[in-house]
Ligand binder design. Structure first.
Ligand SMILES: Cc1ncc(COP(=O)(O)O)c(C=O)c1O
Length: 356
């Protein structure tokens, strides 16, 4: 029996759907677990905390989020460890980032205990959905949307906070080629690039489609002021290994401060591997790929963990990187993160939270 300071009502499914799918094989983000956590914001406070069977919502077409974009979300993962336990990775950091997004989008912050209790009780019910495979995980999607029924550009008075979860296998099934983009921009100075607002993703889809039509999986975004500096890649931050230094663009207000990025920088520093967070120009990177000083390029994010980038396209030319088998650093970080999550090594940074 779970005791909690947050009064959560629980309505369980009659029969779990977990036996009907192969949780180790499902495609990313298409199959959802039995339950979801929901909270409503009304009359200035969060209320009506509930875990219910996963279901559709009923809404008005005048719902504010659909028109004026007050919609934010998070992405995090739970893992099945070798000993059978289920753990969540860095959930507190996702909670903190969700609240940063809420502040920027003029939405109410979600109290830590509501987020954590909702999450842990949901996972406690649905933990059998966490894949047992080596690269599988339970992807967790907290989101907040403006639900007031009103036409008119204003801050909504009503919101819903929801947590849903989906078993996930690998995100990228093939190596990733990225295209440098300096015609369209993901974010601008003074904008919302540093938060996880739905609008950041909506605006990225058309340029990403253009890149995909040319055979690239993702875009490498550049800064909108000069178009000369690399910022991040689609749904990942980006890292370069240059002369054995882990180099990554510094966090400006135009970049999402990735939790995976932070984890890798912390692991590198623990191992006394040099790291640099600074401006990274297109010119520097392309030249360094050509002269062989950049030996690895990889995307880092919750969904993909580490995505090896095989080539960077710029102005109709591909700058090809050394083969994946030679990627010493990115493969090492991938293994280190997996070992922590799977419980094979000590959780020195206190990143894991146990699901009961
Ligand atoms: C735009 C963007 N950049 C970077 C990341 C990586 O962040 P994290 O490592 O916290 O998943 C994500 C994914 O959340 C993202 O959507």
């Amino acid at each position: 029996m779970i005791t909690s300071s947050v009064p959560i009502t629980i309505e369980k499914v009659k029969t779990s759907g977990v036996k009907e799918v192969n949780i180790n094989e499902v495609p990313f983000g298409k199959v959802f677990t039995d339950h979801m956590f929901v909270a409503d914001f009304k009359n200035g406070e969060w209320t009506n905390f509930r875990i219910i069977p996963y279901q559709n919502m009923s809404m008005s077409y005048a719902m504010s989020a659909l028109h004026y974009g007050q919609a934010i979300f998070e992405g995090m993962k739970a893992f099945r460890q070798d000993n059978g336990n289920t753990v969540v990775f860095r959930a507190k950091d996702n909670w903190a980032r969700l609240n940063k997004s809420a502040v920027r989008m003029a939405m109410p912050e979600i109290p830590e205990e509501v987020f954590m209790e909702g999450l842990l009780q949901l996972l406690s019910l649905d933990k059998e959905w966490a894949p047992t495979s080596e690269n599988g995980s339970l992807y967790i999607r907290p989101l907040m949307i403006a639900t007031e029924e009103i036409i008119g550009v204003k801050i909504s008075n009503e919101y819903q906070f929801v947590i849903i979860a989906a078993p996930a296998s690998v995100y990228y099934t093939q190596p990733v080629k990225v295209l440098i983009q300096n015609t369209f921009y993901r974010s601008v100075k003074g904008g919302i690039g540093y938060v996880k607002a739905a609008g950041n993703y909506g605006r990225s889809l058309y340029p990403t489609k253009l890149a995909q039509d040319k055979g690239y999986q993702q875009i490498l975004w550049t800064d909108s002021e000069t178009g000369k500096y690399i910022e991040e890649a689609g749904t990942m931050n980006v890292m370069f290994v240059k002369n054995n230094v882990i180099l990554t663009p510094e966090l400006l207000e135009t970049l999402l401060p990735g939790i995976t990025r932070d984890s890798i920088l912390k692991l590198a520093r623990k191992l006394n591997i040099s790291t640099e967070e600074r401006k990274v120009s297109i010119e520097e990177i392309l030249k360094s790929i050509e002269d062989g000083s950049v030996t690895e390029v990889f995307g880092v994010g919750t969904a993909a963990t580490i995505a090896h980038i095989t080539a960077i396209g710029y102005e109709d030319k591909d700058y090809v990187l050394p083969p994946i088998e030679q990627r010493k650093y990115s493969s090492m970080f991938d293994k280190m993160l997996r070992d922590i999550r799977k419980g094979r090594v000590a959780d020195e940074f206190n990143w894991l939270m146990q699901v009961k």
